[in-house]
Design a protein around this ligand. Structure first.
Ligand code: ATP
Length: 290
């Protein structure tokens, strides 16, 4: 028996680092949005007594370092279910090390799939409790949609869903190490603090132009992304309502109210980025494919 899950990527409409905690983690304020780019995670029962992984993309670990592997191990440990053997196949579409939670999405997909496969019946919140031990973005990737994430990213609250729009994502051909990005913050600090209250009001009013104009990510103050300014300029010149970086980068995205404008900008971005896509918001983090 197998369960197939679409595990969706995310972008950050706002990302502020509020404080460095004594345990080394950071308290965050993030408005997170699931988007229509997804990995397909298929979990199959085997009799190997092991967790095995295959993936179509290069550069993704296939052993216990893979977040999907960690998720499966954490699921069996938390539920006390004996692992008779599972195989996880990942078809990657979410760009890797992009600030789009690609690994966390796969981890979330595995938890959702195993819950179904073993007929365990854990609630979303219970799955999130397991997920947060693997990675701070995993709870968001389980729930998905449009959420305010605080704490280390695991304290999730609903905000009103984004109105229909088109999201152009462009990832330059570099990866950003998330741990390095936080170290930069600890060393450099930030010079400007995003207007969190203004953003929450804009989210509440669902005014797309207002939301897009308020997007801000503090990582942009100390993480260098090649051609970031040029990519943003192309998006703006083509009618983006707002442009921002996602996560710790390097993905840059623009919000458009017109698909053609987004596609036109996408064509012009090929000189700067390899991974380019026009997508839309989605209301879920994971979706079981029947
Ligand atoms: P975030 O937005 O949560 O910071 P990211 O999009 O920047 O994540 P990922 O794509 O999750 O970054 O990859 C970060 C690291 O995790 C890479 O070094 C990669 O080797 C490792 N990794 C482990 N498992 C996976 C997986 N299933 N998919 C992608 N990367 C994985």
């Amino acid at each position: 028996m197998e369960i197939k899950v679409k595990a969706y990527a995310k972008i950050n409409l706002m990302l502020d680092i509020v404080a460095t905690r004594t345990d080394g983690y950071h308290d965050l304020f993030m408005i997170m949005q699931s988007i229509g780019i997804y990995d397909t995670v298929t979990v199959t029962q085997t009799d190997s007594k092991k967790i095995t992984i295959t993936c179509n993309a290069d550069g993704i670990p296939l052993d216990e370092k893979n977040i999907a592997h960690k998720a499966a191990a954490a699921f069996f440990e938390a539920t006390g279910i004996k692992n008779k053997g599972v195989h996880i196949d990942i078809v990657k579409r979410i760009p890797h090390a992009a600030g789009m939670a690609g690994g966390s999405a796969d981890g979330a997909g595995v938890l959702v799939a195993l819950n179904e496969l073993t007929d365990t019946g854990l609630t979303e919140d219970e799955l999130c409790d397991i997920g947060v031990k693997i990675g701070a973005d995993v709870p968001f990737c389980i729930k998905g949609g449009t959420l305010l994430a605080q704490g280390i990213g695991d304290v999730l609250n609903k905000v009103k869903p984004l109105r229909k729009c088109f999201i152009l994502i462009a990832k330059p051909d570099v990866g950003v190490n998330t741990a390095f990005a936080y170290k930069q913050f600890d060393e450099c600090g930030k010079v400007h603090t995003p207007d969190k209250f203004g953003m929450l009001c804009a989210m509440q009013s669902r005014d797309l132009a207002d939301i897009a104009s308020r997007m801000e990510n503090v990582f942009e103050q100390f993480i260098d992304v090649p051609n970031r300014v040029d990519m943003k300029a192309v998006m703006r010149e083509n009618g983006a309502l707002g442009v921002c970086m996602s996560g710790s980068g390097p993905t840059i995205f623009g919000i458009f109210d017109d698909k053609q404008k987004a596609e036109h900008a996408a064509e012009q971005l090929t000189v700067y980025a390899k991974d380019i896509a026009v997508t839309m918001p989605v209301s879920k983090g994971c979706k079981i494919v029947k």
